[in-house]
Design a protein around this ligand. Sequence first.
Ligand SMILES: [Zn+2]
Ligand SMILES: [Zn+2]
Ligand SMILES: [Zn+2]
Length: 349
Amino acid sequence: MKDFYCTCGQRIYFDNTECLSCGRQLRFDPEQHAMVALTTADDGSALEGEAWLVDEAGHRVRDCRNRTQYRACNWVLSEDDPQPYCRSCRLNKVVPHLERAGNVRHWSKLESAKRHLLYTLIQLGLPVQGPQETGGLGLEFAFLEDSRSNANVRESFVATGHARGLITLNLAEADDAYREKTRQQLGEIYRTILGHFRHESGHYYYELLVRGTDWQSSFVEVFGDPDINYQQALRRHYAKGRTNDWQQHFISSYASSHPSEDWAETWAHYLHMRDTLETASAFGLRVNVPTSTRDIPLQALVDQWVELTVVLNALNRSMGLADAYPFVLTDTVVTKLRMIHQVIQAASQ
Ligand SMILES: [Zn+2]
Ligand SMILES: [Zn+2]
Ligand SMILES: [Zn+2]
Protein backbone atom coordinates (compact mmCIF):
# COMPACT_ATOMS: atom_id res chain seq x y z
CA MET A 1 0.00 0.00 0.00
CA LYS A 2 1.04 3.58 -0.61
CA ASP A 3 1.97 5.77 2.33
CA PHE A 4 -0.20 8.75 3.14
CA TYR A 5 0.32 12.12 4.79
CA CYS A 6 -2.02 14.56 6.49
CA THR A 7 -2.09 18.16 5.29
CA CYS A 8 -0.02 19.00 8.40
CA GLY A 9 2.74 16.63 7.26
CA GLN A 10 2.05 13.81 9.72
CA ARG A 11 2.36 10.27 8.30
CA ILE A 12 -1.04 8.62 8.43
CA TYR A 13 -2.41 5.14 7.79
CA PHE A 14 -5.20 3.64 5.75
CA ASP A 15 -7.44 2.96 8.77
CA ASN A 16 -6.96 6.33 10.48
CA THR A 17 -9.95 8.59 11.13
CA GLU A 18 -8.35 11.51 12.93
CA CYS A 19 -4.91 13.11 12.80
CA LEU A 20 -3.31 12.94 16.24
CA SER A 21 -1.06 15.84 15.33
CA CYS A 22 -3.51 18.47 14.01
CA GLY A 23 -6.96 17.05 14.80
CA ARG A 24 -8.19 17.02 11.19
CA GLN A 25 -10.61 14.27 10.19
CA LEU A 26 -8.98 11.60 8.02
CA ARG A 27 -10.82 9.50 5.49
CA PHE A 28 -10.10 7.44 2.39
CA ASP A 29 -11.62 8.90 -0.76
CA PRO A 30 -12.02 6.08 -3.30
CA GLU A 31 -12.48 8.68 -6.09
CA GLN A 32 -8.98 9.99 -5.48
CA HIS A 33 -7.72 6.59 -4.31
CA ALA A 34 -6.01 8.37 -1.41
CA MET A 35 -6.37 9.33 2.21
CA VAL A 36 -7.63 12.89 2.60
CA ALA A 37 -7.51 15.35 5.53
CA LEU A 38 -10.86 17.03 6.09
CA THR A 39 -12.67 19.55 8.20
CA THR A 40 -16.37 19.54 9.01
CA ALA A 41 -18.49 22.06 7.16
CA ASP A 42 -22.08 21.75 8.29
CA ASP A 43 -23.89 24.42 6.35
CA GLY A 44 -27.25 22.71 6.88
CA SER A 45 -27.47 21.27 3.37
CA ALA A 46 -26.35 17.74 4.22
CA LEU A 47 -28.78 14.94 5.08
CA GLU A 48 -30.01 14.67 8.65
CA GLY A 49 -27.38 13.37 11.06
CA GLU A 50 -24.65 13.80 8.49
CA ALA A 51 -22.29 16.61 7.66
CA TRP A 52 -20.21 17.61 4.70
CA LEU A 53 -16.48 17.22 5.03
CA VAL A 54 -14.24 19.51 3.05
CA ASP A 55 -10.66 19.01 1.92
CA GLU A 56 -8.01 21.68 1.45
CA ALA A 57 -9.12 22.32 -2.13
CA GLY A 58 -12.73 22.90 -1.03
CA HIS A 59 -13.91 19.57 -2.51
CA ARG A 60 -16.92 18.32 -0.48
CA VAL A 61 -17.47 14.70 0.53
CA ARG A 62 -19.81 12.89 2.90
CA ASP A 63 -19.33 10.09 5.44
CA CYS A 64 -20.53 6.57 4.75
CA ARG A 65 -23.57 5.56 6.82
CA ASN A 66 -21.53 2.80 8.48
CA ARG A 67 -19.31 5.57 9.82
CA THR A 68 -22.15 7.72 11.23
CA GLN A 69 -24.03 4.71 12.68
CA TYR A 70 -21.28 2.33 13.83
CA ARG A 71 -17.92 4.02 13.32
CA ALA A 72 -17.13 0.96 11.22
CA CYS A 73 -15.96 2.67 8.03
CA ASN A 74 -13.60 5.48 7.02
CA TRP A 75 -14.43 5.81 3.32
CA VAL A 76 -16.32 8.80 1.95
CA LEU A 77 -18.75 9.42 -0.90
CA SER A 78 -18.56 12.25 -3.33
CA GLU A 79 -20.93 15.18 -3.00
CA ASP A 80 -23.23 14.09 -5.84
CA ASP A 81 -23.44 10.39 -4.92
CA PRO A 82 -27.06 9.70 -3.88
CA GLN A 83 -26.26 6.41 -2.07
CA PRO A 84 -25.99 6.16 1.73
CA TYR A 85 -23.07 3.74 1.71
CA CYS A 86 -19.53 4.07 0.36
CA ARG A 87 -18.09 2.05 -2.49
CA SER A 88 -16.98 -0.70 -0.08
CA CYS A 89 -20.02 -0.90 2.22
CA ARG A 90 -22.52 -0.92 -0.64
CA LEU A 91 -21.15 -4.34 -1.64
CA ASN A 92 -22.53 -5.84 1.60
CA LYS A 93 -25.42 -8.23 1.16
CA VAL A 94 -25.58 -9.46 4.77
CA VAL A 95 -23.99 -8.04 7.91
CA PRO A 96 -24.12 -9.71 11.36
CA HIS A 97 -26.62 -8.93 14.13
CA LEU A 98 -25.02 -5.70 15.32
CA GLU A 99 -27.01 -5.37 18.55
CA ARG A 100 -25.10 -8.35 19.94
CA ALA A 101 -22.20 -7.41 22.24
CA GLY A 102 -18.83 -7.52 20.53
CA ASN A 103 -20.25 -7.97 17.04
CA VAL A 104 -19.66 -4.40 15.88
CA ARG A 105 -16.00 -4.72 16.90
CA HIS A 106 -15.56 -8.04 15.08
CA TRP A 107 -17.49 -6.89 12.03
CA SER A 108 -15.38 -3.71 11.88
CA LYS A 109 -12.26 -5.86 11.64
CA LEU A 110 -13.75 -7.69 8.66
CA GLU A 111 -14.72 -4.39 7.02
CA SER A 112 -11.22 -3.04 7.51
CA ALA A 113 -9.63 -6.06 5.81
CA LYS A 114 -12.26 -5.89 3.05
CA ARG A 115 -11.38 -2.24 2.35
CA HIS A 116 -7.72 -3.24 2.17
CA LEU A 117 -8.59 -5.90 -0.41
CA LEU A 118 -10.64 -3.40 -2.44
CA TYR A 119 -7.81 -0.87 -2.29
CA THR A 120 -5.48 -3.36 -4.02
CA LEU A 121 -8.10 -4.49 -6.56
CA ILE A 122 -8.79 -0.88 -7.55
CA GLN A 123 -5.07 -0.11 -7.58
CA LEU A 124 -4.52 -2.97 -10.03
CA GLY A 125 -7.28 -1.59 -12.27
CA LEU A 126 -9.63 -4.53 -11.74
CA PRO A 127 -13.38 -3.96 -12.03
CA VAL A 128 -14.92 -3.63 -8.53
CA GLN A 129 -18.69 -3.51 -8.89
CA GLY A 130 -21.68 -5.07 -7.21
CA PRO A 131 -24.44 -6.94 -9.09
CA GLN A 132 -26.68 -3.83 -9.04
CA GLU A 133 -24.02 -1.92 -10.96
CA THR A 134 -23.13 -4.66 -13.45
CA GLY A 135 -26.66 -6.01 -13.88
CA GLY A 136 -25.09 -9.49 -13.81
CA LEU A 137 -22.11 -11.05 -12.08
CA GLY A 138 -20.87 -8.67 -9.39
CA LEU A 139 -18.93 -8.70 -6.16
CA GLU A 140 -20.90 -9.01 -2.89
CA PHE A 141 -20.16 -9.90 0.71
CA ALA A 142 -22.06 -11.75 3.45
CA PHE A 143 -20.76 -11.79 7.03
CA LEU A 144 -22.51 -14.52 8.97
CA GLU A 145 -22.53 -16.13 12.40
CA ASP A 146 -23.22 -19.76 13.16
CA SER A 147 -24.39 -21.53 16.32
CA ARG A 148 -20.81 -22.35 17.36
CA SER A 149 -20.28 -18.69 18.26
CA ASN A 150 -23.90 -17.53 18.70
CA ALA A 151 -26.43 -20.01 20.16
CA ASN A 152 -29.32 -17.90 18.83
CA VAL A 153 -28.39 -18.54 15.21
CA ARG A 154 -30.01 -21.50 13.46
CA GLU A 155 -27.16 -22.16 11.00
CA SER A 156 -24.76 -24.68 12.56
CA PHE A 157 -21.79 -24.22 10.22
CA VAL A 158 -20.94 -21.19 8.10
CA ALA A 159 -17.96 -21.87 5.89
CA THR A 160 -15.92 -19.16 4.21
CA GLY A 161 -16.48 -19.39 0.51
CA HIS A 162 -17.53 -17.91 -2.81
CA ALA A 163 -20.57 -18.50 -5.02
CA ARG A 164 -21.37 -16.43 -8.14
CA GLY A 165 -19.72 -13.27 -6.84
CA LEU A 166 -20.92 -13.60 -3.24
CA ILE A 167 -18.07 -13.92 -0.75
CA THR A 168 -19.18 -15.37 2.59
CA LEU A 169 -17.08 -15.04 5.71
CA ASN A 170 -17.78 -16.37 9.18
CA LEU A 171 -17.74 -13.53 11.71
CA ALA A 172 -15.76 -15.80 14.06
CA GLU A 173 -12.74 -15.29 11.76
CA ALA A 174 -12.40 -11.85 13.39
CA ASP A 175 -11.76 -13.60 16.72
CA ASP A 176 -7.98 -14.10 16.96
CA ALA A 177 -8.22 -17.16 19.25
CA TYR A 178 -10.71 -18.92 16.94
CA ARG A 179 -8.65 -18.14 13.87
CA GLU A 180 -5.41 -19.39 15.41
CA LYS A 181 -7.03 -22.61 16.61
CA THR A 182 -8.44 -23.25 13.12
CA ARG A 183 -5.09 -22.45 11.54
CA GLN A 184 -3.39 -25.10 13.68
CA GLN A 185 -6.11 -27.68 13.04
CA LEU A 186 -5.80 -27.22 9.28
CA GLY A 187 -1.99 -27.07 9.34
CA GLU A 188 -1.89 -23.70 7.57
CA ILE A 189 1.15 -21.42 7.52
CA TYR A 190 -0.93 -18.25 7.40
CA ARG A 191 -4.55 -17.59 8.28
CA THR A 192 -5.58 -13.95 8.12
CA ILE A 193 -8.85 -12.16 7.38
CA LEU A 194 -7.18 -10.31 4.52
CA GLY A 195 -5.88 -13.63 3.18
CA HIS A 196 -9.43 -15.03 3.17
CA PHE A 197 -10.70 -12.06 1.20
CA ARG A 198 -7.85 -12.26 -1.27
CA HIS A 199 -8.40 -15.97 -1.80
CA GLU A 200 -12.18 -15.67 -2.28
CA SER A 201 -11.76 -12.70 -4.62
CA GLY A 202 -9.66 -15.06 -6.78
CA HIS A 203 -12.70 -17.30 -7.28
CA TYR A 204 -14.77 -14.26 -8.26
CA TYR A 205 -12.26 -12.98 -10.82
CA TYR A 206 -11.91 -16.48 -12.25
CA GLU A 207 -15.66 -16.41 -12.94
CA LEU A 208 -15.49 -12.87 -14.30
CA LEU A 209 -12.29 -12.92 -16.35
CA VAL A 210 -11.37 -16.53 -17.16
CA ARG A 211 -14.30 -18.94 -17.30
CA GLY A 212 -15.57 -19.31 -20.84
CA THR A 213 -13.04 -16.83 -22.26
CA ASP A 214 -9.91 -17.25 -24.37
CA TRP A 215 -8.00 -17.73 -21.11
CA GLN A 216 -9.79 -20.98 -20.36
CA SER A 217 -7.42 -23.26 -22.31
CA SER A 218 -4.34 -21.64 -20.72
CA PHE A 219 -5.99 -22.19 -17.33
CA VAL A 220 -6.37 -25.92 -18.00
CA GLU A 221 -2.76 -26.09 -19.17
CA VAL A 222 -1.32 -24.24 -16.16
CA PHE A 223 -3.69 -25.14 -13.30
CA GLY A 224 -5.57 -28.23 -14.55
CA ASP A 225 -9.22 -29.04 -15.22
CA PRO A 226 -11.41 -26.71 -13.12
CA ASP A 227 -14.41 -29.02 -13.54
CA ILE A 228 -13.08 -32.10 -11.76
CA ASN A 229 -15.37 -33.15 -8.91
CA TYR A 230 -14.91 -30.64 -6.13
CA GLN A 231 -16.24 -32.59 -3.17
CA GLN A 232 -14.19 -35.66 -4.03
CA ALA A 233 -11.05 -33.59 -4.52
CA LEU A 234 -11.45 -31.79 -1.17
CA ARG A 235 -12.30 -35.02 0.67
CA ARG A 236 -9.20 -36.63 -0.77
CA HIS A 237 -7.11 -33.61 0.22
CA TYR A 238 -8.23 -33.64 3.85
CA ALA A 239 -8.08 -37.46 4.09
CA LYS A 240 -4.56 -37.94 2.77
CA GLY A 241 -3.14 -34.73 4.17
CA ARG A 242 -0.23 -33.02 2.55
CA THR A 243 1.95 -34.90 0.14
CA ASN A 244 5.66 -34.43 0.58
CA ASP A 245 6.34 -32.79 -2.74
CA TRP A 246 3.48 -30.24 -2.87
CA GLN A 247 6.00 -27.42 -2.51
CA GLN A 248 7.43 -28.30 -5.92
CA HIS A 249 4.16 -27.50 -7.66
CA PHE A 250 1.97 -25.40 -5.37
CA ILE A 251 2.20 -22.22 -3.30
CA SER A 252 0.40 -23.91 -0.40
CA SER A 253 -0.71 -27.34 0.62
CA TYR A 254 -4.36 -26.31 0.17
CA ALA A 255 -3.62 -25.22 -3.39
CA SER A 256 -2.93 -28.88 -4.21
CA SER A 257 -6.54 -29.83 -3.38
CA HIS A 258 -8.18 -28.69 -6.64
CA PRO A 259 -7.24 -26.57 -9.72
CA SER A 260 -9.75 -23.87 -8.67
CA GLU A 261 -8.24 -23.71 -5.18
CA ASP A 262 -4.77 -23.59 -6.74
CA TRP A 263 -5.85 -20.55 -8.79
CA ALA A 264 -7.42 -18.84 -5.73
CA GLU A 265 -4.39 -19.52 -3.53
CA THR A 266 -1.97 -18.28 -6.20
CA TRP A 267 -4.19 -15.24 -6.87
CA ALA A 268 -4.16 -14.41 -3.14
CA HIS A 269 -0.40 -14.76 -3.15
CA TYR A 270 -0.08 -12.43 -6.12
CA LEU A 271 -2.12 -9.74 -4.30
CA HIS A 272 -0.01 -10.34 -1.18
CA MET A 273 3.16 -9.75 -3.23
CA ARG A 274 1.88 -6.68 -5.05
CA ASP A 275 0.62 -4.96 -1.91
CA THR A 276 3.73 -5.72 0.15
CA LEU A 277 6.03 -4.54 -2.66
CA GLU A 278 4.06 -1.31 -2.90
CA THR A 279 4.37 -0.78 0.86
CA ALA A 280 8.12 -1.50 0.79
CA SER A 281 8.56 0.98 -2.04
CA ALA A 282 6.43 3.63 -0.26
CA PHE A 283 8.59 3.34 2.84
CA GLY A 284 11.80 3.82 0.91
CA LEU A 285 13.12 0.26 0.73
CA ARG A 286 15.10 -0.54 -2.38
CA VAL A 287 12.13 -1.63 -4.42
CA ASN A 288 11.16 -0.07 -7.68
CA VAL A 289 7.68 -1.07 -8.77
CA PRO A 290 5.91 1.12 -11.31
CA THR A 291 2.32 1.83 -10.33
CA SER A 292 1.05 0.80 -13.75
CA THR A 293 0.62 -2.95 -13.87
CA ARG A 294 0.62 -2.99 -17.65
CA ASP A 295 4.25 -2.15 -18.12
CA ILE A 296 5.99 -4.49 -15.74
CA PRO A 297 7.10 -8.03 -16.56
CA LEU A 298 6.34 -10.61 -13.89
CA GLN A 299 9.98 -11.63 -13.56
CA ALA A 300 10.88 -8.12 -12.39
CA LEU A 301 8.27 -8.38 -9.65
CA VAL A 302 9.42 -11.84 -8.63
CA ASP A 303 13.08 -10.79 -8.49
CA GLN A 304 12.31 -7.83 -6.24
CA TRP A 305 9.96 -9.90 -4.17
CA VAL A 306 12.58 -12.57 -3.48
CA GLU A 307 15.08 -9.88 -2.49
CA LEU A 308 12.55 -8.24 -0.17
CA THR A 309 11.46 -11.46 1.54
CA VAL A 310 15.07 -12.33 2.39
CA VAL A 311 15.18 -9.02 4.30
CA LEU A 312 11.77 -9.61 5.90
CA ASN A 313 12.81 -13.03 7.18
CA ALA A 314 16.15 -11.74 8.47
CA LEU A 315 14.39 -8.92 10.36
CA ASN A 316 11.98 -11.38 11.94
CA ARG A 317 14.80 -13.71 12.99
CA SER A 318 16.57 -10.76 14.62
CA MET A 319 13.46 -10.22 16.69
CA GLY A 320 13.19 -13.91 17.61
CA LEU A 321 10.11 -14.42 15.46
CA ALA A 322 9.24 -17.05 12.87
CA ASP A 323 9.95 -16.27 9.20
CA ALA A 324 7.57 -13.67 7.80
CA TYR A 325 7.69 -15.42 4.44
CA PRO A 326 7.96 -19.21 4.72
CA PHE A 327 7.07 -19.87 1.06
CA VAL A 328 9.02 -21.16 -1.93
CA LEU A 329 8.48 -19.81 -5.44
CA THR A 330 9.40 -22.69 -7.74
CA ASP A 331 9.37 -22.33 -11.54
CA THR A 332 5.96 -24.03 -11.65
CA VAL A 333 4.53 -21.56 -9.15
CA VAL A 334 6.05 -18.63 -11.07
CA THR A 335 4.37 -19.92 -14.25
CA LYS A 336 1.03 -19.81 -12.41
CA LEU A 337 1.73 -16.31 -11.07
CA ARG A 338 2.58 -15.25 -14.62
CA MET A 339 -0.80 -16.30 -15.94
CA ILE A 340 -2.53 -14.36 -13.14
CA HIS A 341 -0.35 -11.34 -13.89
CA GLN A 342 -1.33 -11.51 -17.58
CA VAL A 343 -5.04 -11.89 -16.83
CA ILE A 344 -4.90 -8.83 -14.55
CA GLN A 345 -2.86 -6.85 -17.10
CA ALA A 346 -5.43 -7.60 -19.79
CA ALA A 347 -8.36 -6.63 -17.51
CA SER A 348 -6.68 -3.53 -16.08
CA GLN A 349 -8.80 -0.42 -16.70
ZN1 LIG B 1 -2.67 16.40 10.61
ZN1 LIG C 1 -18.43 2.51 4.11
ZN1 LIG D 1 -11.35 -21.41 -2.30
